[in-house]
Design a protein around this ligand. Structure first.
Ligand code: HEC
Length: 96
């Protein structure tokens, strides 16, 4: 019984952590990325990710481009932060 409870708690923790990570990815993207993209495209910068001729065509390319733009914007993000933005962009726009 205790084992089961432990397992349940761990599962819950993992689920909560991944929700929190997705939030963080969205917040990071909001704070460092959206302004420049919005200026480029006018209005909502997310059209960049949805347009037909978008550059990013794979998860690897999404990771590459996120790291590239992050470096260009001098965000100072670590790998985990970059990955959470990749996850956010993939879940909300790219769907690889
Ligand atoms: C100073 C402007 C600027 C900032 C800030 C910026 N980007 Fe970009 N982003 C660009 C430009 C310009 C492109 C078009 C491709 C290129 O020339 O590299 C682009 C393209 C992209 C694409 C590919 C879109 C496609 O066609 O599929 C992704 C993904 C992306 N940026 C992610 C980010 C993320 C994540 C951040 C935040 C760290 C960010 N960008 C911040 C300028 C910026």
């Amino acid at each position: 019984m205790q084992q089961l409870l432990k397992l349940l708690l761990i599962t819950l923790l993992i689920a909560l952590t991944s929700i929190a990570m997705a939030d963080t990815g969205e917040q990071l993207h909001q704070s460092a990325c959206i302004d420049c993209h919005s200026r480029m495209t006018g209005g909502d910068g997310t059209v960049l990710y949805e347009r037909e001729e978008r550059i990013v065509q794979s998860l690897a390319a999404l990771q590459y481009q996120t790291a590239r733009c992050s470096a260009g914007a001098a965000t100072g993000w670590d790998d985990a932060q970059i990955q959470s933005v990749v996850d956010y962009l993939n879940q909300s726009h790219y769907h690889f």
